[in-house]
Design a protein around this ligand. Structure first.
Ligand SMILES: Cc1ncc(COP(=O)(O)O)c(C=O)c1O
Length: 418
């Protein structure tokens, strides 16, 4: 069988595929002897699930809605009515007023990114070749394999700032960015995998530079404001012309609904609408129907504040205590990225004698699933030891899984170091 280059590129082992496969195999089994610390599944939180169930029930029981939900195609990026309602509802969270033609719905924000990243990178209509600037790597694994052309990411080395003996933080290096070769800037805030929430002054600087260069600034708010709002004490992200923001229903606990929302200037929404018509025909109806209920009841910011934030803060605290105690007992050399937001811990093992890829394989044999950090540096060509020495763990799992995972990781890391 002869495949196209793009098919070949996609079928090469890629990070997101291996992660989703691990997620699938662990999901179907018992977690008795498994520590599944790999995936980005949100936690199952009964209090939130109850509210989602009642929203679904209200849709099902309202006359005629179910038949239309199941039986009608909507427009490629959502119905005009839902887009208008969404603009009116979301504007206040982003310090602006929005119109319906600034909103587009997709089957998950991942689906939107596959269109967005390809709209602003690769061979452009004037024949130039443009890249996607990832201002601070590590950055979200799911962007890396989305582009149809090769070598479209650009990343500088991040500045590594030691904050306490076992904590550090990556920061934006503003020097030497080849702006003339950049077609758009993309970052997740909070960042998956590190938990970094970029300072607003750095976001403002990127915005100013993007405007000067007439390119969009994409900010992925999958874990950000206004829901699930896992941004610690940091300032929320605001929308300004030229920015593209993406929101998702997944991390509030509804990944199965597959709803992503894009906020952008009308001309960008219109490009996305063409992509969506060709690639998707239409966006699914369930997410839009739930959005209408949630906006009417103003429920997601409340759920975020009263249920999700306290729940995840507690999980994070527990995971940090367990990991630090077990690592100290095993004399593991480690440093954790300041966990400012999101679901993950990004752990650096300085001078790790095996690669993080090998660490992943050894852990997997012991039923401990982690994500190797090497996937998260697309576009970085400079040498950087962190690409080989870091792993990502989710802290959203049960205590016993975290204990088991931390013990096995500590044993492997300290064994290989001696
Ligand atoms: C930073 C980030 N962006 C986007 C996504 C995609 O989410 P979805 O397609 O479920 O909206 C994820 C999922 O893990 C993510 O972590």
């Amino acid at each position: 069988m002869i495949l196209s280059r793009i098919a070949k590129k996609l079928t090469r082992s890629n990070g997101i595929q291996s992660l989703m496969e691990d997620l699938g195999s662990a999901w179907s089994g018992s977690t008795e002897n498994i520590a599944f610390l790999g995936g980005g599944n949100p936690a199952k939180i009964p209090e939130a699930e109850k509210i989602y169930r009642s929203a679904v029930e209200s849709i099902i029981t309202s006359g005629g809605t179910l038949e239309s939900l199941l039986g009608d195609y909507t427009s490629p990026i959502g119905s005009d009515e839902t887009r208008e309602l969404t603009a009116a509802y979301l504007g206040k969270f982003f310090g602006t007023t929005l119109q319906g033609n600034q909103i587009a719905f997709f089957n998950g924000s991942q689906n939107a990114y596959s269109f967005l990243l390809n709209s602003f990178s690769g061979t452009m209509e004037d024949g130039s070749f443009k890249k996607i600037l990832l201002p601070v790597v590590p950055e979200y694994i799911g962007y890396a394999d989305q582009t149809w052309e090769e070598n479209v990411f650009y990343a500088n080395l991040p500045i590594v700032e030691k904050t306490t003996p076992h904590r550090f933080r990556y920061k934006l290096d503003k020097t030497n960015i080849p702006w003339e070769t950049i077609g758009c800037v993309a970052l997740s805030r909070p960042t998956n995998p590190t938990g970094n929430v970029m300072e607003n002054e750095d976001v403002d600087w990127l915005y100013t530079e993007s405007r000067k260069n007439n390119i969009p600034l994409l900010i992925d708010l999958a874990y950000g404001n206004p829901f699930p709002n896992l941004i610690g004490e940091k300032e929320p992200t605001r929308w300004k012309p030229g920015m593209i923001l993406s929101l998702s229903f997944s991390k509030v606990g509804l990944p199965g609904v597959r709803l992503g929302i894009i906020i952008a200037d009308p001309e960008i929404i219109s490009v996305l609408s063409s992509f969506a018509a060709v690639g998707n025909l239409a966006v699914g109806n369930w997410g839009q129907a739930l959005a209408k209920v949630f906006w009417k009841e103003d429920s997601l910011p409340q759920i975020s504040k009263n249920i999700l934030r306290p729940y995840y803060a507690n999980k994070l605290q527990t995971a940090l205590e367990i990991i630090e105690e077990i690592f100290a007992k095993n004399k593991v050399q480690y440093s954790i990225h300041e966990p400012e937001g999101g679901f993950f811990l990004w752990i650096h093992f300085p001078n790790l004698p095996i690669s993080n890829k090998e660490l992943y394989q050894i852990c997997k044999k012991e039923n401990v699933y982690i994500v190797s950090g090497h996937y998260f540096f697309p576009g970085l060509t400079a040498q950087f030891s962190h690409t080989q020495e870091c792993i990502r763990l989710t802290y959203c799992r049960d205590r016993k899984e975290i204990v088991r995972g931390a013990e096995i990781i500590a044993r492997i890391v300290s064994r290989t170091a001696n």
